[in-house]
Structures are given as structure tokens and as C-alpha cells.
Design a protein around this ligand. Structure first.
Ligand code: SF4
Length: 220
């Protein structure tokens, strides 16, 4: 797919789903939050769901967590307009409660389609929900954070959610180091650098987890 096609296709997709009413979150949302950034992004960042500020503005990662994400992107020479930022859910769960499994199952096809259109070399999953969805595992973020998975031709790297780091300053340094690793992965153009020793085999790392792993990951 050419770059022009990607941009047009992403816009078409946005127009198609922006009025979604497939789950009950459509009734409590203020704004649908599609995601933002470049359709040609080499890297996508995928969080959990819109929060209060995102719901009000219709944009992902605004407020304090968004400011931190902007600073971390700046530390590796990127502006948020050069990457693509999205969430698993496009509408805010009331009171910022955890997304429900049925909501994730209903909404996940939108994220998978965004990934298919943008076709990034690298996906950074921010926190537990997006990590477990895209690696199709039940393992926790503390086990998977900072590790690099190669799924088909794409790299998936789970990192802590910036919002979680805001309230746990001791994790800040780890997140900064993880962003340096992301930069090395971007610089390697999606190839796994030989110096990385922790490239993991998804199969062995998630053995015993959900049964439909191959089926889901085959979608993108
Ligand atoms: S959360 Fe997803 S599935 Fe539910 S209404 Fe919003 S866009 Fe539709």
C-alpha cells in the first residue's frame, strides 16, 4: 500500500467507525478517540482506553500522561505527529474503570485494522491491556516489559504505561531506558539488532496462554 493510500484509507476508516455504537461505552462517552499521528508511522504506541481529558478532547494521551509521552518521544528525537498513538478502546470507560473483556472483544477489530493500514515496523504496547491483547497472553506487564517480540515481520515491545509511571517515580528511569531501546529498534528499521540479547520466542514465552494465539496475530 502506498503512502497516499495509507492516509486515505485511515481517514476512510475513521469516518466509517467514528459513530460506533457497538458497546455501551458509546452512551457515556463525550468524544470518540480514534488515535492520532502519521499514517506512515514506523512505530505505533498502543494504550488502554481514553481517560477523562482524552474523552473531552477526542485525542489520545493528553494531560499529564500525554505530556510525559511527548517528553519521552522528544528524548529519542520524535514528535508525536511522526508516530501513531491509539488505544485498545476508542471510548472512555466511566470513571476510568478497567475495560471489560466484552468491550475489548468488541472494539479490538478497530485497533487491528489500524495496525493493518499503518503497517508499522514496531508496536509499543503501553501497559497490561494492550500487551495482553497484542501478544495474546495472560502474562503480566511486569514479566513482559522491556522484552522484544518478533511476530511475523513486526516487532512488539511492551513498556509501562506512562500514567502508571506518573504515580511510581521509581519506574521513570526504566521507562526512559525502554525508550532508548525503542530508538535502537527504530534505527535498525525494524530489524532486531544483533546486540539485543532478549529477543524472545513468543511461542515459548506464552505457552499455556490463550489458545487462539496464531489466529489472532495472523490478522496483522
Ligand atoms: S468502545 Fe469501541 S466498540 Fe465500544 S462504542 Fe466505542 S468504538 Fe464502539
Amino acid at each position: 500500500m502506498g503512502d497516499y493510500d495509507k492516509r486515505e484509507k485511515l481517514k476512510e476508516f475513521y469516518l466509517k467507525i467514528r459513530g460506533c455504537q457497538e458497546c455501551e461505552l458509546s452512551r457515556s462517552r463525550t468524544k470518540f478517540v480514534f488515535g492520532s499521528g502519521s499514517a506512515y508511522a514506523p512505530v505505533m504506541f498502543v494504550g488502554e482506553a481514553p481517560g477523562k481529558n482524552e474523552d473531552l478532547q477526542g485525542l489520545p494521551f493528553v494531560g499529564q500522561a500525554g505530556k510525559l509521552l511527548d517528553e519521552l518521544l522528544d528524548s529519542i528525537g520524535f514528535d508525536r505527529s511522526e508516530v501513531f498513538i491509539a488505544n485498545v478502546l476508542k471510548c472512555r470507560p466511566p470513571g476510568n474503570r478497567d475495560p471489560r473483556i466484552e468491550e475489548i472483544n468488541t472494539c479490538k477489530s478497530y485497533l487491528l485494522e489500524q495496525i493493518k493500514i499503518i503497517d508499522p515496523k514496531i508496536i509499543c504496547t503501553l501497559g497490561k491491556i494492550s500487551t495482553q491483547l497484542l501478544l495474546n497472553t495472560d502474562k503480566g506487564i511486569n514479566t513482559l516489559r522491556g522484552k522484544v517480540f518478533k511476530v511475523d515481520s513486526r516487532i512488539i515491545m511492551p513498556i509501562n504505561h506512562p500514567a502508571a509511571v506518573l504515580y511510581t517515580p521509581s519506574r521513570m528511569e526504566i521507562l526512559k531506558q525502554d525508550f532508548q531501546k525503542i530508538k535502537r529498534l527504530i534505527d535498525s528499521d525494524g530489524e532486531v539488532p544483533a546486540c539485543e540479547e532478549d529477543i524472545l520466542n513468543l511461542e515459548s514465552e506464552t505457552t499455556g496462554d490463550k489458545q487462539n494465539k496464531g489466529e489472532q496475530l495472523g490478522l496483522f
